[in-house]
Every structure is written in C-alpha cells, then in structure tokens.
Write a protein that binds this ligand. Structure first.
Ligand code: GLC
Ligand code: CA
Length: 601
C-alpha cells in the first residue's frame, strides 16, 4: 500500500479508535455472527408494579446522566468546571428527571488524560474542589433523589501516584510489583501497542532501575499489575472507601484490559486494528471480577457498569449474567462504532447492531445504551443532522430513541440540549492527549495533514468536551475566566436558558421523554421487536409488556417520508411523544423530516 494512503488510513483509524474509547477498536474485529432475529423474549420486571428503586433492579429503571465535571460549570473563574459548580446546578439535574449521575474522574490527577491518570484515589483533584465539597455534593444529590456513580480507573494509575514513584525508584520497593517491569538485561521487551503513546510503544524505558514499564495508554499511565493480590486488595479498599461514603456505584474504566500474562508472551502483528481485542479478556479477568463482587459489591446496593463488552456476545454475557455474580451491565462499542472513521453511516447498520445487542440480553443480563460519551463526537453531529434546520428535530429523535429502548440509557451531558460538534482552528485548539500525540507522530512520519484534521474535526474526543452551554452570555455562562477549552460558537442560540423557555425545545422534549419512560415500565422492560428491517430511512419498533404495547417510529432522514403501518398495528389516541406538533395518520404515517413518534397500540 502506498505510504501516503497508509498514513491516511492510520490517522483516520487512530482518531476513530481513540474517539471511541478503549474498546472501540475491537469493533473492527469480527463480531459474533449470532443472527439477531429482531424479536426477543420479554424480561420480567424485577418487581411487580413500577418497582422503582427496588433493590434488585433500580439500576435497570434509572436513567444515567454522564457529566463531564471539567466542562459543566466553573464556580471560581479559573476556567475549569468544579464540584461547587455542579452543586449550583443540582436543581437543573433534578428538573431533567435523571435518576443517576455518573461523574468522569474527579480524583487527584496531573491530567495527562483529563483525570484518567490518577495520582491519589482518595483525594479530590484540587482544581475540582475539596472532599468537603464532594460530601456536600453527594448529600445534595441524595436529597434530590439522584444517585451518584463514580469512574473507577484501575487498569493504570498516574506515574505521579506514590506507588509508582516508589516502584520506579528501586527494584526492591514494596510497590515494585504493583506495576509491570521488564529488566533491560533481558533485552527488548516483547512488542506491545500503546494507544496514546507518541511512538505507539507501550514499553517505556526508565533509567533509575534500568527497566521498562508497561503503559497501554500514555506513558504517564503505567499499567497496574492485577496479578498481585496486594494491588487487588488496594483496589477493594479504594472501592469501599467511596462506597462507605454512600456513592451508588462504579463505571469500570478499561476494565477488560486489566488482566495480563506477566510473562508477556509474544503477540506478533499487534496494530491499531487488533490491539484492543488482543488485550481484552486476559487470564483471570473474571476471577478478578468475582473477587470484587464477593469482597466488595455484594455488600452494597449499587450499579456497576463495565466499559466494553468483550469481543462478542458470549463474552459480554460473562460480565453480566446475574448467576455469575460479577457486574450489572456493560456497554458495548458496536453502536457508537457505527460510522466511525467515515463521514456517513447506514441506518440499517445501526438497526442491526442495536437489535443484535437487545436480543443478546433478552434472557439474562442487561445492557447500557448510549449514542455518545466523552470519548465520542456529539451524537447529533454523528447520528443526526447538525445543520441549523435539522439540529433540533434530529436531536429530539435521538433522545427519543435512547429513552425508548430496552437497557439503561446513558445520556451524555449537553445532548439534552442538542449540543453539536465544535469548531477547532488547528492543533493548538485541541486539548486531548490522543489528538496531540497522534499529531506529533504525523509530524515525525509525514503524512496527509488535511485528512488528519478532517478526521479530528469529525471524531475528536474534544468535540464532546467543550463547555456546557448555559446561556448566551460570555463563555456560555460556563466561566467568567478563560475556559480550559474553547466554547462552541453556537452557544449564542443553543443554550439551556433559551431552551428552558421554549416548550418545543430539545431540552423540554428530553424532559417529556424522561417522564414517559418513568410512567411506562413497558419502555424499560418490554419486549423489543424491530419492524421493516431493510428500510434505509425509518427505524420502527414495538415494545410490549403484558397488554401494554407501544410503537416507536423514527424518520432518520431530512426528507418527508411515508411509512405504511404493518398489518394489524393500529395507533390509538394521541401520540405519547412527538417531536412535531402533529402526526398525520391513516394506513400510512406521513412523517416530517427527522420526525419521532411514540404511539400506543
Ligand atoms: C477509557 C476512557 C477514556 C480514557 C481511557 C484511559 O476509554 O473512557 O477517556 O482515555 O479509558 O483511561
Ligand atoms: Ca473552577
């Protein structure tokens, strides 16, 4: 393959891969070919009635709001969002109706990877506030009936963690075996791929002890050695520390990467496309999870969600089959993987993927649903249409989709407003370690910069990390200082204050969709059946539980479309939810561009 082309591909892939979080790359590998029938068996509710907040299933019935603290609300003018800022906005969170908030990492960190490099697991990052602020925040959430889930980042620590400082100082440090080392006298270590490293090399030579250490993310994120029972106990204690404060669960970052064979057998041919699968599911992964469950989780009524779902549906089950007593749910990357690395995507692919994963958990286990997160572009720019005339209807359609599928929806902060990808004017505007380090590589090796920036504009993780748009004042009301990353210029029209006042806004549609889900357990537990599978523009499905049956019809296109109701399906009454003022019904639904309706059958 000509070098330039190779470079293009590589740059594009890296961006999509890094944009998608650790497991995104694994989507390039074959997914299990289990045929999704489009029909799946109903899962009974955890308890009779709405069952809300019942021990066995509150995490199935909640909706999670993922909040990126650095970008939500700055309270002291330093340009960085903080805990006191979140505190000021608790009533807003309450007004959304979300049951749970997941905070991206707020622990002490030098911020090589925005908090995913932790230097003290029991301290709050000073930029974000103090432990007293945290305690007040947790209390404020609980007072409003909102639960709090924290990120648990234990595949790696920061190189500035005390454990690592001690470990790297001497080969006899008591913390040496908390990490992976390869002594230089054994020669060059067997190749391992690193996703954020400038040279993509996961081994970093460290002079003081003449050894290499392993880091599958950046060199400031050394991998923790889970083969060491002492390290595992440390993690259990960290988990207990936060759970005893009263938090309601953990999102387990990059967890499927934690298990490694310390002998480092050769893994020939590792590259961008296959490294994630190669690292997934190392030896003892499920022993570690069972141990965590036994020692820690089984003593608390909490939500646990793994980032990544393994390489196929069978592996996904291993994480969440209740009989195995490991985790509650897992989110997969195949959904957000649709359209990654390209400018367009096929609706039939999105349908196939979501239908397949629904059928996978129809009998046992449970899934997390998302269309975006802090590692992804904005959902409306990727799956919807962010041109001014279609932004609002398509954002409403996507929120309708997320909130009417089976699984626990994870709504990423700002998507309830229909926030879009931002505008960056060159590498200096980007903040993400993945973008910066890949750019360095590109400069060293040469390659097609235009293609690289095209990919970044569409897929950079920074797109979803720009400040929350509160109002039309300077910096969107996020900060009185200089924001750590540029505000999306469309804040003047797309902002919470304006949308709050407009009953037809994306925000108020989101609130209506939330209420609908809370009032209709069929939307949580009901059987999902895909209709009209091959239709390239319409995504339609029914949800059925007992005698309750609803139909969801989504026009994923900027054109008007007629959709013939399948025989036997008759909408009754006014739509339960509609992102347009009216719905033209008859034997055929006449749908407006990006129209989304939920009707009772
Ligand atoms: C996960 C996080 C991502 C982070 C990486 C390393 O993929 O979602 O933001 O960079 O893990 O911790
Ligand atoms: Ca601040």
């Amino acid at each position: 393959m000509p070098f330039l082309l190779r470079m293009n591909l590589r740059a594009t892939f890296l961006i999509c891969c890094l944009a998608g979080g650790v497991a995104a790359c694994s989507q390039s590998a074959k997914q299990e070919t289990t045929a999704a029938t489009g029909v799946s068996t109903p899962t009974p509710p955890a308890a009779a009635g709405s069952g809300l907040a019942k021990k066995a299933g509150w995490w199935k019935e909640t909706v999670v709001y993922q909040l990126y603290p650095r970008s939500f609300q700055d309270s002291n003018g330093d340009g960085v969002g903080d805990l006191k800022g979140i505190m000021q906005r608790l009533d807003y969170l309450k007004s959304l109706g979300v049951g749970t908030v997941w905070l991206n990492p707020i622990y002490a960190s030098p911020n090589d990877d925005n908090g995913y490099d932790i230097s003290d697991y029991r301290q709050i990052m000073p930029e974000f506030g103090t432990m007293a602020d945290f305690d007040a925040l947790l209390k404020g959430m609980h007072q409003r009936g909102i639960k709090l889930v924290m990120d648990l980042v234990v595949n790696h620590s920061s190189d500035e963690h005390e454990w690592f400082k001690s470990a790297r100082a001497s080969r006899t440090s008591p913390y040496r075996d908390y990490y992976y080392w390869w002594p230089a006298e054994k020669g060059t270590p067997p190749a391992r791929y690193s996703t954020f490293d400038v040279k993509k090399d996961a081994w970093q030579y460290d002079a003081p002890t003449k050894s290499y250490y392993l880091h599958i993310f950046s060199k400031k994120q050394p991998d923790l050695n889970w083969n060491n029972p002492k390290l595992r106990q440390e993690v259990h204690n960290i988990m207990r520390f936060w759970l005893d404060k009263g938090i309601d669960g953990f999102r387990m970052d990059a967890f499927q990467f934690v298990a490694k064979d310390p002998a480092f057998p050769p893994m020939p041919g590792l590259n961008e496309q296959n490294f994630a699968n190669a690292y997934n599911h190392g030896p003892h992964l499920h022993d570690y999870l069972k141990e965590i469950n036994r020692e820690v989780l089984s003593h608390y009524n909490v939500l646990t969600v793994a980032e990544g779902a393994g390489r196929n549906l069978t592996e996904a089950h291993l994480f969440v089959d209740p009989a195995r007593q490991e985790l509650d749910m897992t989110y997969h990357f195949e959904g957000t993987g649709v359209g990654s690395g390209t400018d367009t995507y096929k609706l039939t692919d999105l349908k196939r993927v979501f239908t397949k994963w629904d059928s996978a958990f129809a009998r046992q286990g449970w899934q997390a649903l998302d269309l975006g997160n802090h590692d992804q572009p904005r959902m409306v720019s990727k799956f919807g249409d962010d041109r001014p005339q279609f932004r609002a209807p398509s954002a409403k359609l996507l929120n309708t989709f997320l909130l009417t599928m089976r699984g626990t929806p994870y709504c990423y902060s700002g998507d309830e407003l229909g926030m879009t990808n931002s505008k960056f004017n060159g590498i200096a505007d980007y903040r993400d370690v993945a973008a910066r380090n890949t750019y360095q590589l590109l400069q060293q090796q040469g390659g097609n910069e235009a293609a690289f920036f095209h990919g970044l504009a569409r897929f950079s993780r920074d797109n979803s990390r720009t400040p929350f748009q509160w109002n039309a004042t300077k910096n969107a009301g996020f900060t009185t200082g200089t924001p750590w990353i540029g505000v999306n210029p469309n804040y003047v029209t797309v902002n919470e204050a304006a949308e709050n006042q407009d009953s037809a806004s994306v925000l108020n549609h989101f609130r209506r969709a939330m209420r609908l889900r809370q009032q209709h357990p069929v939307l949580v537990y009901g059987q999902y059946q895909l209709l009209d599978r091959a239709n390239p523009h319409i995504y339609a499905y029914t949800r059925t539980q007992g005698t309750e049956k609803v139909l969801v019809v989504l026009n994923f296109s900027p054109e008007k479309r007629d959709w013939a109701l399948p025989p036997g399906l008759k909408p009754t009454g006014v739509p339960l939810l509609n992102n347009y003022p009216a719905l033209a019904t008859g034997p055929t639904l006449a749908l407006e561009p990006w129209q989304a309706v939920v009707v009772r059958l």
